[in-house]
Design a protein around this ligand. Structure first.
Ligand SMILES: Nc1ncnc2c1ncn2[C@@H]1O[C@H](COP(=O)(O)OP(=O)(O)OP(=O)(O)O)[C@@H](O)[C@H]1O
Ligand SMILES: [Mg+2]
Length: 576
């Protein structure tokens, strides 16, 4: 059944001129002209049966045309109410087997005097469903309603949205985290949803519900209290780090011995892992393992071995004499760094997980948490992981470690058993920056995220990159995203990034970026065939990103003892 069952008397007016992709419509009724708004959609009768042309209103004028004054006695010239529309596509009633198909091409042009209708309310909702190819039954992904027509729900194609990565951008306070919460909420309703949310500030604590679980990367207080996964506290032991990540953590690149240190690190980590496997009788793993294999190793014995090499003396030229070994003294700085990090309480989640994390099958417990779908082994489908206590210098290493574990597991799952997973990366500029701004920890992280951006689709790993600064986020990442939810952007560089994504015929759309209201977004991408301006509906549970009312707060009393508490908490590294 066709979705456009307009009757002639609903028409706005008739086409009065046509060129390749633009038409001018003469609006008969002044009241209707007043209601028209730029950037709204219109439907035009096509010369071909079974087709309608869809256009975007880009100019509305009301003028008196003195040339048309036929009779000088007449007080006023006749009025001309015009509306200029650029054509953007065709809706076919049927295309082979399929019904109601939208194409971004013009399969015909309207004829002079063809009727033009405004696309609103139910017609708009129905049309938007076609754009996002979502069915009326079933759970569709929606962010809210159209700004220009609150009665029309803005559906997105949930498959397409996640298939090839999405980007959510906007200045601080424009509503990114709330939008993310809205998406999380809807994912959580799906039976076997599977996603990890990187929550860098503990903002998403209030987002609760069936299928949503909260975890926290262990902070100093958790280490002290020996919290474990049972307490929803996650340890990410050093032995899960890739060789590159270990080097970036322990070797100072500016040290003249850095290449030697890195080489010895590779050799000795490899050996220590080998020892672990041998003593545990894991012969089958030994045959194929590399320095990057996720195998525990004993840090104390690695350290002892490094010290041995650093102090080694070998036989000298003269019988009975000794001289410094090849690497004598060359590892001192690496050893000092290693010892330092091992005792750093803030890095307890890496080094102080106790005996439990050294068990061979501990990794399976961790992966059940990270990749478990809703109700699978009692796991939560949406895993919100709080990274707020991870020190910023190692943040890229740690966030990307979780991403790497997820991606590797997907890769090693036989394709028929794979279950798709989305990684929601809030504040992505912190760990997925531009290459030229990256230091060594960042570049380890970039390698992983770029790889997921390029290959994730094949393995069912989707990224949703969320950032304040589209222009600071890695270009490769952005170029792999096929859906953009752009909220208010005030910076010209950031606007430029989004502008480039819009087709020329819709260029004017991007001018609205700086004027979008909080919670309003321009959505561009294949999840919705046409760029749309959407008012994002508030999530049921709001993220903790509460905007503070300075002026009002300064008129209230302050809480007693707040600074004493803050100092104490700072020292104890725990908010009490
Ligand atoms: N859809 C919405 N409807 C109404 N108000 C909203 C909406 N989204 C956000 N807001 C308001 O804007 C504030 C900031 O939103 P949010 O925390 O999502 O911003 P953000 O873009 O994530 O900012 P930052 O980059 O600083 O993290 C919220 O506290 C809320 O008051
Ligand atoms: Mg935010």
């Amino acid at each position: 059944m066709t979705i456009f069952n307009f009757s002639d008397n609903e028409a706005l007016g008739k086409v009065s001129s046509v060129d390749t992709a633009n038409v001018v419509v003469e609006v008969i009724n002044l009241e209707q002209l007043k209601k028209l708004q730029v950037n709204r959609l219109a439907v035009l009768q096509s010369s071909r049966p079974g087709q309608h042309l869809i256009g975007l209103i880009n100019k509305v004028t009301r003028k008196r045309d003195d040339d048309q004054k036929i009779d000088d006695d007449l007080e006023e010239a006749p009025e001309q109410n015009l509306c200029k529309i650029s054509l953007i596509g065709t809706l076919l009633d049927r295309d082979g087997e399929k019904r109601n198909v939208f194409r971004r091409t013009l399969e015909s042009v309207p004829e002079i005097n063809a009727n033009c209708f405004s696309l609103e309310d139910d017609h708009l909702t129905a049309f938007m469903r076609i754009l996002s190819s979502t069915e009326e039954d079933g759970k569709s992904l929606t962010l809210g309603s159209y700004t220009l027509d609150e009665n029309a729900t803005a559906y997105l194609n949930g498959n397409k949205f996640f298939q090839r990565h999405a980007f959510i951008g906007g200045s601080t306070g424009s509503g990114k985290s709330w939008t993310t919460a809205k998406i999380i909420e809807q994912m959580a309703e799906l039976k076997t949803a599977n996603a990890i949310v990187f929550d860098l500030h503990g903002e998403y604590k209030p987002i609760t519900g069936d299928g949503i679980k909260h975890y926290k990367v262990a902070g100093p207080a958790d280490v002290e209290a020996q919290h474990t996964l049972q307490n929803n506290v996650i340890y990410l032991p050093y032995w899960l780090l890739s060789y590159e990540a270990l080097v970036s953590l322990f070797v100072d690149r500016s040290d003249q011995n850095a290449p030697n240190q890195a080489m010895i690190m590779a050799r000795e980590v490899n050996q220590t892992k080998r020892n672990y496997l041998e003593s545990g009788g894991h012969q089958d793993v030994l045959n194929n393992f590399t320095v990057d294999s996720p195998v525990p190793f004993d840090l104390a014995s690695l350290l002892a071995r490094l010290n041995e090499i650093n102090e080694e003396r070998v036989e000298g030229a003269r019988a009975g004499s000794t001289k410094a070994g090849e690497f004598n003294g060359k590892l001192s700085r690496m050893i000092a760094r290693l010892e330092n990090k091992m005792s750093d309480r803030r890095l307890g989640f890496l080094f102080q997980g106790g005996d439990e994390i050294m068990q061979f099958n501990w990794l399976e417990t961790l992966t059940n948490v990270l990749l478990g779908a809703t109700n699978e082994n009692g796991a939560g489908g949406i895993k919100i992981i709080d990274f707020s206590e991870v020190p910023s210098d190692v943040l890229p290493l740690i966030v990307s470690l979780v991403a790497r574990v997820s991606f590797s597991l997907q890769q090693w799952t036989p394709s028929e058993l794979r279950h798709p997973i989305a990684l929601l990366c809030d504040e992505a500029h912190l760990y997925i920056p531009q290459r030229n701004m990256a230091d060594s920890a960042d570049s380890v992280s970039l390698d992983i995220f770029e790889r997921i951006a390029k290959e994730g689709r094949k393995y069912g790993v989707s990224l949703v990159v969320i950032s304040q600064r589209p222009s600071e986020v890695n270009k490769t990442m952005l170029s792999q995203c096929s859906n953009f939810v752009s909220m208010r952007l005030t910076n010209a560089d950031d606007q430029g990034v989004i502008k480039k994504l819009l087709p020329d015929s819709l260029g004017g759309f991007s001018d609205i970026l700086p004027t979008l209201d909080t919670g309003e977004a321009l959505v561009v991408g294949d999840a919705s065939l046409l760029p749309s301006r959407i008012r994002i509906e508030e999530p049921i549970n709001k993220p903790n990103s509460g905007t503070i009312d300075f002026w009002d707060e300064w008129q209230e009393d302050v809480s007693e003892g707040r600074l004493t508490r803050a100092v104490d908490n700072w020292r104890k590294q725990n908010i009490q």
